[in-house]
Design a protein around this ligand. Structure first.
Ligand code: MEV
Length: 435
């Protein structure tokens, strides 16, 4: 661990204080100020997803996760992806939806057109964050939806579309919805109910793509062509079957959540949005697409992941949690809000390597998409070949050894013996430890 930390500190130019914080994270006083009824701190391992080449830039990706194999698997998939030039990514503008529920509207049709005709006035009322507007964000438009049949009768739903720039956006969206609601009541003659953001952030999406030559999958035991066909078949299974899609997408979130957690982002928000997006045509499906392209020597495996990704690099725990701040620094995303958002021109120049790397929340969402895609590739590759258990066994055995009380070198000794015996159980680990 010491050697890894030294390498990482040099790579990401961490200060001595930041390097120390990697191990220590938050203190008791800070924990007590973050949430309520605090009785302690709950630590997780922070690992590094290695080998990521994203839009021509090198990344070491901080991942906070408790499950063995996740970091190893994503790093090996990212290494494979390099033989196809790494990941290419993109994202939409960071636009969130804030909802205002309007009840007791006498004439829904008339109210809808009155609201739509007053868009400019509503947007002005919703423009509650001068700092967001200064950075080019803020309310951008409105939508009105009619729900004619709900268990409590008809209702109108007004959407405020808010560009949240580098923030996750919950505060900006909720404040805007609360500020605009009285005007919406006046215009519609109705009564405002809920005023809250929607976590189905389907306007705020990121995607990652990869294309890897089939021969990069060749091994002593499997031909690359069989492996890529197996990956495509596994994906088809998850597109057609919700039972499989749920597990398939869980594997994607092994990577996605780990980066979100490490960077202080709200992983529950991203999870709920992505699962709803995965069911957008009425059936829950895989978030990814994998298929075989070309033939013969030029055959390759193409993969793509696209999903709603409402993440922030400013605000909330992203800056107040020291580990999250360091994680952003490792990703090169520790720019301050004052430095402003990147224009599309600047982003494109960043792609071409002419100016500094792409930055901000959009960049974080693109990195997260690449990690999700790599994590999925690792799982499908294993499932389509040797199965998932083989690679899992050593890491699982180490966890069992630790659970039995093993420390230091004893962890490897006990784990090795458990594997050799084919019995990975805590009781046996305790016996071995006793011996
Ligand atoms: C385990 O955490 C994740 C997998 O089940 C994902 C998958 O089946 O695709 C391996």
């Amino acid at each position: 661990m010491e050697d890894r930390v030294a390498l990482l500190s040099e790579w990401a130019a961490l200060t001595c204080e930041e390097t120390a914080l990697l191990a220590e994270s938050i203190g008791p006083a800070q924990a007590d100020s973050m949430i309520e009824n605090v009785v302690g701190r709950f630590a997780m391992p922070l690992g590094i997803g290695a080998n990521f080449l994203i839009d021509g830039q090198e990344y070491l990706v901080p991942m906070a996760v408790e499950e063995p194999s996740v970091v190893a698997a994503v790093s090996s998939a990212a290494l494979l992806a390099r033989s196809g030039g790494g990941f290419s990514t993109g994202s939409t503008d960071p636009v969130m939806v804030a909802q205002i529920q309007v009840l007791d509207v006498a004439d829904a049709c008339k109210a809808k057109s009155t609201i739509l005709a007053s868009e400019a006035e509503i947007l002005a009322r919703a423009d509650t964050s001068p700092s967001l507007s200064r950075l080019g964000g803020g309310p951008q438009g409105i939508e009105v939806r009619h729900l004619p049949e709900t268990p409590e009768g008809p209702m109108l739903i007004v959407h405020l579309l808010i560009d949240c720039r580098d923030a996750m956006g919950a505060n900006a969206a909720n404040t805007a919805a609360e500020a605009a609601a009285p005007l919406i009541e006046k215009l519609s003659g109705g009564r405002a109910g809920l005023r809250i953001l929607s976590n189905l952030s389907d306007r705020r999406r990121a995607w990652a793509e990869v294309e890897i030559p089939s021969k990069a999958f060749d091994s002593d035991d499997f031909s690359g062509r069989d492996v890529v066909q197996g990956v495509a078949e596994a994906n088809a299974f998850a597109i057609a079957d919700p039972y499989r899609a749920t597990t398939h997408n869980k594997g994607i979130f092994n990577g996605v959540d780990a980066v979100l957690l490490a960077t202080g982002n709200d992983w529950r928000a991203v999870e709920s949005g992505a699962h709803a997006w995965a069911a957008r045509d009425g059936q829950y499906r895989a978030l990814t697409d994998w298929h075989v392209r070309g033939c013969g020597d030029s055959e390759s495996l193409y993969g793509r992941l696209e999903m709603p990704l409402a993440v922030g690099t400013v605000g909330g725990a992203t800056r107040s949690h020291p580990s999250a701040r360091i994680a952003l620094k490792i990703l090169g995303l520790d720019v301050t809000e004052e430095e402003g958002p990147q224009s599309d021109g600047e982003r494109a120049a960043g792609d071409a390597g002419k100016v500094s790397r792409r930055r901000g929340a959009r960049r974080l969402s693109e990195i997260v998409a690449a990690v999700g895609l790599a994590q999925n590739l690792a799982a499908l590759r294993a499932l389509a070949t040797t199965g998932i258990q083989k690679g899992h066994m050593r890491l699982h055995a180490r966890q069992v050894a630790v659970a039995a009380g093993a420390e230091g070198e004893a962890v490897e000794h006990v784990a090795g013996q458990l594997i050799a015996e084919g019995k990975i159980r805590v009781e046996r680990a305790r016996e071995l430890l006793g011996q």
